[in-house]
Design a protein around this ligand. Structure first.
Ligand SMILES: *Cc1c(COP(=O)(O)O)cnc(C)c1O
Length: 369
């Protein structure tokens, strides 16, 4: 076997090679049939995904961002409303809130879990608070008991951002039905990824599901009769066909990620700060994130050794330029801000080999000594 000289951060090709014939046949079938928009593969994948999550409804949409936005819109969240979310999230969570005209209110994270701190949510509630968007970041579920307790106390809507958590479990149940609705992304590098953009909303709420379906399809129940001002955000039939081939393999891929995470942690826990999966959750390691001093220099040193890494995310949401108008200052969320300077995501995907894991661990050990 050839000696390794580098390990990529993700390797979509490796997964493609393992399912190529099946995916190609499924996509060609859509092309031959020609039902490109809301075709049979969409309906089938929605039913399969709902069953997988254990939700009554699954509504395919164009992107993960649109999934959050449409969920908020379906419940009437809009101008004048405040929506609480974690300061340590990908910008899409924030842009969904601003897209409906609501005001994002950020709170700090739990430093062990990397998800929203329920005590901080309580402290941020005002008479204008309408909703909480907990993010199951890195594949680790939020402290849902904590979040849901605050939501119940204040009668708030909960929309889960599950874009990084397809199949992750909280107390034995997959995320996606703990809140009023949940949003998933099928961006190619997610644990369940399409060959392009895609998203899904899951919910047990019949009325909201019907409204979400309308909102994503021009507000029309019957073609050319528009009952509400919707938008065009639908899951492509060809993408649904790809996802339909992948879904039965998701649990196996997530299990592989969990094994790789344990292998990393076994080798690295005595030399660097490794992730601490919560006892009440089944972490699916969308990302494997360590923390280290002198992060940027070490990241560069790893790159020199052929190890690609990522930073998720270098600038916390509350300090992004696009939301400067909200007036948040550095120092507001110490846990999130400290982590932003220390976090480093190591290569993580189901197809990682033992040799690749060893290579990464050797490089990390070497760079940190
Ligand atoms: C990927 C992601 C999204 C957005 O998904 P897109 O499909 O890229 O629009 C939202 N929230 C989080 C936490 C994500 O990681």
């Amino acid at each position: 076997m050839a000696t390794l000289t580098k390990v990529p951060f993700v390797d979509l090709k490796a997964q493609r090679d393992s399912i190529q014939a099946e995916v190609d046949a499924a996509v060609l079938n859509v092309f031959d049939k020609g039902d490109f928009i809301l075709g049979a593969a969409v309906e089938k994948f929605e039913a399969d995904y709902a069953a997988y999550i254990g939700a009554k409804h699954a509504i395919g949409v164009g992107t993960g961002l649109a999934a959050i936005e449409i969920a908020l819109r379906a419940y009437g969240v809009g101008p004048g409303d405040e929506v609480i979310t974690a300061a340590n999230t990908f910008i899409a969570t924030v842009l969904a809130i601003t897209a409906v005209g609501a005001t994002p209110v950020f709170v700090d994270m739990d430093g062990e879990r990397y998800t929203i701190d329920p005590a901080a949510i309580s402290a941020a509630i005002t008479p204008k608070t309408r909703a909480i968007v907990p993010v199951h970041l890195y594949g680790q579920t939020a402290d849902l008991d904590g979040v849901l307790a605050v939501a119940r106390r204040h009668n708030l809507l909960v929309i889960e951002d599950a874009a990084q958590a397809h199949g992750a479990k909280y107390r034995g149940t997959r995320v996606g039905t703990f809140g009023h609705a949940a949003a998933f992304s099928f961006y190619p590098a997610k644990n369940l990824g399409a060959y392009g953009d895609g998203g899904m909303i899951t919910t047990n709420d019949d009325a909201a599901a019907a409204k979400m379906r309308l909102l994503g399809n021009y507000g029309q129940r019957v073609k050319y009769y528009h009952s509400i001002t919707g938008t065009n955000s639908r899951l492509d039939t060809a993408q649904a066909a790809v996802l339909g081939v992948k879904l039965p393999r998701l649990d196996g891929w997530n299990a592989a990620r969990r094994r790789h995470a344990s292998a990393y942690s076994g080798r690295l826990k005595n030399i660097v700060h490794t992730p601490a999966p919560a006892a009440d959750a089944e972490h699916i390691f969308h990302l494997y994130v360590i923390e280290t001093e002198r992060r940027d220099a070490r990241r560069e040193a790893l790159k020199q050794r052929g190890v690609d890494t990522g930073i998720h995310y270098p600038v916390p949401a509350h300090l992004q330029e696009c939301v400067a108008y909200l007036g948040y200052k550095l120092g507001t969320f110490p846990v999130t801000e400290a982590a932003a300077g220390r976090i480093l995501s190591l290569p993580m995907y189901a197809e990682l080999s033992d040799a690749q894991i060893d290579y990464v661990c050797d490089a990390v050990a070497d760079v940190l000594k």
